[in-house]
Design a protein around this ligand. Sequence first.
Ligand code: MG
Length: 304
Amino acid sequence: MAEASIYEIHDPRFRQLIVTSAGLDELYSDCRWAEGPVWFNDANQLLWSDIPNQRILRWTPENGVSVYRQPSNFANGHTRDRQGRLVSCEHGMRRVVRTEIDGSVTVLADRFEDKRLNSPNDVVVKSDGTIWFTDPTYGILSDYEGYRADPEQPTRNVYRLDPETGALSAMVTDFIQPNGLAFSPDEKTLYVADSAASHDDKLPRHIRAFDVADGKRLANGRVFCLIDKGIPDGVRTDMNGNLWSSAGDGVHCFDPTGKLIGKVLVPQTVANLTFGGPRRNRLFITATRSLYSLYVTATGSQMP
Ligand code: MG
């Protein structure tokens, strides 16, 4: 019964997305700042970042936790491309990289208009293979999650990369600190968090939505929702188009109109989450020092 207290039901529809008897499983508790969870169904494994400890960790149901890569160049967000290859943001090298099937690492983007990127934070791949990522300054603010440096870019952008041509386009340039991002299941909407309140309480703590026109232009940017505890960092959508966001007190779930319908309360500040497991109905939550998992009835929209 104690587990029931981890849910806040703000709308009856949230009950359809959760298993009220399911509780949080703490799978690991020795990170400094856990981020960037990505599920590999073919390998039955989760990878995630422990940014200050310079490592990418791996969890499998059979063998628990091991080190996947160290040093990690202060890797943060991860995703997979259409071929299943790992795509990662690195604070330390200020770039987005792809890990090939043979384990070699290919640099996908490290400069825009001849200047170094700030510190790529989070990344998603669209069904057409294009790679969309955010570039706030968190990885160059101090030596804790990267290497302190002055930004070379005048703005903190949301980028679209065409890996076929290498063309890198700034899609949105007016964020203060763009962070997590996710497409709706039909890819007609892109959600991007602005976590600027992390360093100034008066700055935004909201998620913006954009219409995706012709699959590659963004229009009609608007504030989709506010986070009422902490800040939004990583976000994911489920198959019904609900948006699941990290927050200071756990994971917040918003319907496609931006209404808060429920929360999963987590004991530590949540930085990111993803849907995984063979049925994509298991939330993996990176929360400060720990990795948690939680079975839900919602199904993640993210491929593969
Ligand atoms: Mg992030």
